[in-house]
Design a protein around this ligand. Sequence first.
Ligand SMILES: NC(=O)c1ccc[n+]([C@@H]2O[C@H](COP(=O)([O-])OP(=O)(O)OC[C@H]3O[C@@H](n4cnc5c(N)ncnc54)[C@H](OP(=O)(O)O)[C@@H]3O)[C@@H](O)[C@H]2O)c1
Length: 323
Amino acid sequence: MQAIVQDVYGSPDVLHLSEIDRPVVGDGDVLIRVRAAGVDPSVWHLTTGRPYVARLTGLGVRRPRSRVRGWDVAGVIEAVAKDVTRFKPGDEVFGSGEGTFAEYASALESRLVAKPADLTFEQAAVIPVSGCTALQALRDAGNVQPGQKVAVIGAGGGVGTYAVQIAKALGAEVTGVCSTTKVDLVRSIGADHVVDYTAEDFADGARHFDLIVETAGKLPFHRVRRCVIPGGALVIVGGDEGGPLIGGLGRLASARLLTPFVGRKLVGLFAQIRTEDLEYLLELVAAGKVTPVMGTKFPLAEAPEAVRRLKTEHSRGKAVIVV
Ligand SMILES: NC(=O)c1ccc[n+]([C@@H]2O[C@H](COP(=O)([O-])OP(=O)(O)OC[C@H]3O[C@@H](n4cnc5c(N)ncnc54)[C@H](OP(=O)(O)O)[C@@H]3O)[C@@H](O)[C@H]2O)c1
């Protein structure tokens, strides 16, 4: 099969299209004929091996242990292990797999749900990481309540476009923070207010929120947390400003350490793909409350360019590889 592989860590130039064997289906696994794969910043981290500390979590210290990139997936079940009970060959599914920038990818049965017929493979493939992250940031870490004021920083990005829509669906009054080219997009997905951070200082002290979901990581920590009312919450989702050793992980970790001293709940989120959350997101999609915002589509051979653009372009929503 064809797949996007890498043998060393480095810039997206280390990614290349290659002919390799199909994955072996282990216990609890299914083999998916990939139709579409979402492109999110974790792929850039795995490609570059940065932050370096992340390599110690089993990714491979000197070189990547797994050669094929990509997590988010939507496709058709090709084969299943003997112990798989929820799916059979021919079923259309989406969720999280291993090495999804490929014609075939393996995935744990427990990380997949059935794809509704009225959702395209491309739409489904941009839901898992970004949608689950936004949901867990708002509902679980942020405990958002109807009527609360919520700000989403990075509102036009992969996670942000879900966070704006989910916060609205949960009854919040939503302010989206983004750059000029995304103001229309963020308004169109339901934000009540939009702040163009290139024209206004979001953290000038004039605005205060019950909950802020921060996906961009560009504002100094002390400034963004002062925009949260006492007793409110700041959920740190992302940002890579911490340098090559720890990257955004330092910001995530320091959130928890600071909480006892600042009168606000500061949470560094580590999101997980859960089937119950994918089902919950599907309910919001079916109810017309959430629409996946797809960015640029790339054919499989151009996946390296899609990964390169994660850092060089201000993409709208989430890019997708069509296989
Ligand atoms: N903690 C977790 O479990 C978890 C899960 C998923 C993702 N993440 C991380 O979360 C981050 C966001 O992921 P993503 O998929 O949403 O990435 P993304 O699509 O690149 O979105 C990031 C957004 O940040 C915006 N931005 C940049 N500078 C900004 C500023 N100064 N003020 C406000 N917004 C600004 C960009 O929009 P403009 O073009 O408008 O600047 C962009 O839309 C990444 O660092 C990712 O690694 C973490």
